[in-house]
Ligand binder design. Structure first.
Ligand SMILES: [Zn+2]
Length: 216
């Protein structure tokens, strides 16, 4: 399956191939081998389940080191985990490998009890008892500023392939790009809060000091 897909990608002239959302080191190695055999740049990202290990029992850092040693150009994490639970594993990966490191969390507020969005409960949702994945994650969605913060944390530890996985929205991506000091095309529509009726300062409620009174 990997060989077939990579052949199509190569035929289409891709710059590199990403093998991702893989929870087994051995499966990741199979994908990596096919990418390298095709002569392409390989990005290999793992989805680490609850327990912080691959399905075989490698730590994320150990698995990434194995993949680097087998020729991966970029190794890292994608999917399953939100920003905090992804960041939990990134520093040890960065210490273990010398190649580029990738981080593409899901934009959901996963936590120690529920480290992945594959199974997570929403304490504010009374109509569903238990798992709200995948069709009722709305109340657990990170805002743009949380994703920007994650981006800055990545840059601080030299994680240099940064993105978002399942659940990404355009405003997340734009804010992350801005956090990196870039002005993407969508920056043209970046919200100018100085013009907001309540929060701004141009002819807004704040001008006549009624904001607090009106908004409470
Ligand atoms: Zn995903």
């Amino acid at each position: 399956m990997f060989a077939e897909q990579i052949a199509w990608a190569k035929e289409a002239g891709v710059d590199f191939v990403i093998a991702e959302t893989i929870s087994w080191t051995e499966e990741a190695k199979l994908a990596l081998k096919e990418i390298k055999d095709a002569g392409l740049i390989a990005v290999v990202n793992l989805a680490i389940p609850k327990g912080d290990k691959t399905r075989e029992g490698h730590s994320a850092a150990e698995a990434c080191k194995i993949l680097e040693d087998h020729g991966a150009d970029v190794v890292g994490l994608n999917c399953y985990r939100g920003p905090d639970m992804t960041m939990k594993l990134l520093p040890s990966i960065r210490e273990q490998v010398s190649c580029h490191v990738a981080a593409l969390p899901v934009p959901y507020r996963t936590n120690e009890e529920f480290p992945t969005h594959m199974y997570i409960e929403d304490p504010n949702c009374g109509c569903l008892d238990g798992n709200v994945s995948h069709i009722a994650l709305d109340g657990l969605t990170c805002n743009r500023f949380e994703m920007a913060e994650f981006t800055k944390q990545c840059m601080d530890i030299n994680v240099n392939f940064i993105g978002i996985c399942c659940g990404a929205d355009p405003h997340h991506v734009r804010e992350m790009a801005v956090a990196m000091g870039r002005k993407p095309i969508a920056y043209k529509y970046y919200p100018d809060m100085t013009k907001h009726f309540a929060h701004g300062n141009e002819g807004s409620l704040k001008d006549n000091n009624k904001a607090d009174e009106w908004l409470k």
